[in-house]
Design a protein around this ligand. Structure first.
Ligand code: TTP
Ligand code: MG
Length: 381
């Protein structure tokens, strides 16, 4: 059965793997519920306070009212006036995330956190990977109260899609072939790497399901996409993915941005705000021990035009005064022609970045690992 996991395995093109993707259920909302048990059973919505704020997440009680991430908070209030609306508390989320991730690290050395509540783990080298991951989420639940949904498959793509299937408290294990079968009729939007724009283009071609992309007649996809993209889309529809779990993700850039309550036109005010953002940015840089030499700004105008400008200097810096000065120069040079809705500052090209990548390279020799029977455990779900 193990040989069925991935056709690429049979050809020897890709090493055999067992990848898990774990994602906390209604993460921010769950944290608030754990901190305040009196919220149990109530619809809880986490959103900012400002007029333009959006919903970051809502618990499953609130989702029954049609509330979801990225919805305007005002709309959520209409949909669920009796809901409990809370403002985000990132310190608290980070604390829960740290505890959960530190338990994960005791279960696998090869772990790639994607966000506070989400990570890939490579459990190829474990004897009984399914039981292992089950024990891990049980331990996290016992220690923190957080419930994670789990997907386990032969690659990151399968694992990711599986963890999102039948949430909350999902625990899905499937081979690549089973994923193809399971999600054949699903919208292409389900597949990471197929965004709303691509999905619309695919719909224009009459391809409204994952299976339709996989089975598209030769030339159909080529009408809209270049050769490389066609190969990528077809591979994704077949749940093929060669990416490895990157246990040490390199920080490529650090940025801070803010959306104003009211659009700002005055350049001096913008520069003052840039100074504030840079101070926060430098604090984060300091904590990470990073210095960079590319400084950039991001400006979103009131008509949603997005503009970025960047400049690379000779020496690495983490100095807020210097960074503010360079960012201000970029802003003055651009001279926003319309009121500004969002302003951001970014730093990249970090000192020692190349050395960090080199250090991250040596990984478990996948080729030597034996995969236990994954598919046979199907009875678990
Ligand atoms: P998700 O894992 O996408 O969502 P979730 O954990 O709230 O719910 P699910 O049960 O479907 O996994 O995101 C994790 C957290 O990231 C989420 O709790 C809040 C935050 N977030 C935002 O701030 N904005 C967003 O648009 C999304 C999707 C998430
Ligand atoms: Mg989540």
């Amino acid at each position: 059965m193990a040989a069925d996991l991935d056709s690429a395995d049979d050809s020897g093109a890709a090493p055999r793997r067992v990848i898990a993707h774990v994602d906390a259920d209604a993460f921010y909302a769950s944290v608030h519920l754990l901190e305040d048990p009196s919220l149990a059973g109530k619809p809880v919505i986490v959103a900012g306070r400002g007029a333009r704020s959006i919903v970051t997440t809502a618990n499953y009680e609130a989702r029954k009212f049609g509330i979801g991430s990225a919805q305007p908070a005002a709309r959520a209030r209409q949909l669920c006036p009796h809901g409990v609306f809370l403002t985000p508390d990132f310190e608290l989320y980070r604390a829960y995330s740290r505890r959960a991730m530190s338990i994960m690290r005791t279960y696998s050395d090869v772990i790639e956190p994607l966000s506070l509540d989400e990570a890939y783990l490579d459990v190829t080298s474990v004897d009984r990977p399914i039981a292992h991951v089950r024990a891990m989420v049980d331990e996290i639940r016992a220690a923190t109260g957080l419930q994670y949904s789990v997907g386990i498959g032969p690659n990151k793509l399968c694992a990711k899609v599986l963890s999102d299937f039948r949430k909350p408290a999902a625990f899905n294990v499937a081979s690549r072939e089973q994923c193809m079968e399971l999600f054949a009729g699903a919208s292409p939007r389900l597949i990471p790497g197929i965004g709303p724009k691509t999905a619309e283009q695919l719909e224009g071609l009459g391809l409204t399901t994952v299976a339709a992309i996989r089975d598209a007649a030769p030339g159909v996809l080529e009408a809209l996409f270049n050769e490389r993209r066609v190969a990528e889309l077809t591979a994704r529809a077949r749940f093929e993915h060669a990416g490895i779990v990157e246990s040490q993700r390199e920080t490529k850039s650090v940025s801070e941005e803010t959306t104003f309550e009211e659009d700002v036109t005055d350049i001096d005010e913008l520069i003052w705000r840039l100074g504030e953002l840079t101070a926060e940015l430098c604090e984060r840089l300091g904590k990470k021990g990073l210095k960079g030499r590319t400084i950039g700004i991001k400006v979103r105008l009131d008509d949603w035009t997005n503009v970025t400008r960047a400049k690379t200097i000779d020496d690495y810096t983490g100095d807020p005064l210097l960074i503010t000065e360079l960012a201000s120069q970029l802003l003055r040079e651009y001279d926003p022609p319309r009121p500004v809705r969002l302003l951001g500052v970014r730093i990249a090209s970090f000192e020692g970045a190349e050395a960090e990548v080199a250090k991250a390279k040596p990984r478990t020799p996948w080729e030597q690992l034996q995969i236990p029977e994954l598919v046979q455990q199907r009875g678990e779900w």
